[in-house]
Design a protein around this ligand. Structure first.
Ligand SMILES: Cc1cc2nc3c(=O)[nH]c(=O)nc-3n(C[C@H](O)[C@H](O)[C@H](O)COP(=O)(O)O)c2cc1C
Length: 358
């Protein structure tokens, strides 16, 4: 069977899977069970005499060639179904209104079912926002650079997230098993695609060693998407049966906590987006203090959208932004980018990761 034939056979499966993903992630029963982000182990030191006006604080953050109004990205979630289209349009509009980045879910659906392309077309709702495309590394490996460029151009994305999801694939029914050639794929796309590549995990985190590999081939941006928030092994465990379910149950909490992953990559000179379990502006501030450029949020934005649509998402994200601003003032900083130099105390478990995983 040709690759095209097997992809055609998978078409209904992909849209069913996407719908199940949204339902499972919105229900909340897919968070890590006992492993946290370790961002709560970053204690920024309170400065009682900040000598600044709250309104003077500047949250603007350069990221991937654009300037965000606050260091926050709505992380990759969806595409391919009618509900996904509504989510993408509303969240892209929220990103435009608030000046945040917005990530599309995997664009593989555009390839397999071209009629779903409309569900990814968010540019008219977010004409100036930073929009990130998305493709899995195994899929990217099988595609020519020009086909990937066409996917990016159709939507008008500013950069492409290439996601790594090894843990999830091992548990997913019919998931990938051959992970050879990934680095070469990243090198090819970095050299040929013409827009920046963001190497992105999906809930298991990036090690320092992977950060170094990525940096060595010239890529300058990563999304660590670490452990402590949505467990994608957990999501697929819900959908798996038999032995795959047993493996998924055992590996539900697999991965590097988001705080540890950011701290381990913090001095490599990469633009780091810290996703994975960030729920409040305090989590975003902690990630910035460890060296991230911006914080990414996925499941909590989906839940806010499910509860209150566009307005619900904007209200939730505004609370996150205002909290980052408050912490910036309370630490005596002028901008969130100064948080990395602000005095802080790190808890023992986080320090153990930062020392042990180098
Ligand atoms: C419903 C849903 C769908 C997702 N789909 C994708 C995807 O297509 N591509 C991707 O790179 N990450 C995907 N993710 C992973 C998120 O971008 C993020 O890395 C992960 O959920 C951890 O962040 P969180 O704890 O804030 O949810 C998805 C997340 C959710 C909640």
């Amino acid at each position: 069977m040709s690759q095209h034939d097997s992809e055609v056979l998978q078409q209904p499966l992909i849209s069913q899977r996407k719908s199940e993903h949204i339902a499972l992630c919105a229900s909340g029963d897919v968070e890590f069970r006992s492993k946290g982000t370790l961002l709560d182990q970053v204690h920024l030191v309170h400065q009682a005499i900040p000598e600044r006006h709250y309104d003077e604080l500047d949250l603007s953050t350069p990221l991937l060639g654009k300037v965000l109004k606050a260091p926050i990205v709505i992380s990759a979630m969806t595409g391919g179904t009618d509900e996904a289209q509504a989510i993408n349009q509303d969240l892209a509009r929220a990103a435009e209104t608030l000046g945040l980045g917005f990530g599309l879910g995997s664009q593989r659906a555009m390839l397999v079912r071209p009629e779903t392309t409309r569900t990814f077309l968010v540019r008219e709702h977010a004409p100036t926002a930073l929009i990130l495309g998305n493709l899995g590394i195994v899929q990217a490996q099988r595609m020519s650079t020009s086909d990937i460029a066409a996917l990016c151009q159709t939507v008008g994305v500013d950069a492409l997230c290439v996601h790594l999801a090894t843990g999830m694939e091992l548990v997913q029914p019919g998931g990938d098993r051959d992970f050879r050639g990934g680095l070469e794929t990243l090198r090819r796309l970095h050299g040929e695609l013409g827009i920046p590549i963001v190497v992105k995990e999906t809930g298991c985190g990036l090690s320092r060693q992977v950060g170094q590999m990525v940096k060595q081939i010239g890529i300058t941006a990563v999304d660590v998407s670490g452990a402590g928030g949505t467990s994608w092994v957990g999501v697929e465990t819900h959908r798996a049966q038999g032995i795959a379910k047993a493996v998924g149950d055992a590996l539900w909490d697999w991965g590097i906590p988001t705080g540890a992953s950011v701290g381990l990559l913090g001095d490599l000179g990469l633009q780091i987006i810290a996703t994975g379990g960030l729920r409040t502006g305090l989590d975003v501030a902690a990630a910035l203090a460890l060296g991230a450029r911006a914080g990414g949020l996925a499941a909590p934005v989906l839940k806010a959208w499910k509860a209150g649509g566009y307005d619900g998402a904007v209200e939730y994200l505004t609370g996150v932004i205002e909290t980052v601003k408050a912490v910036t003032l309370l630490t005596g900083c002028r901008s969130p980018s100064e948080l990395v130099r602000a005095p802080k105390v790190l808890g023992g478990a986080l320090r153990a990761w930062l020392e042990g995983a180098r």
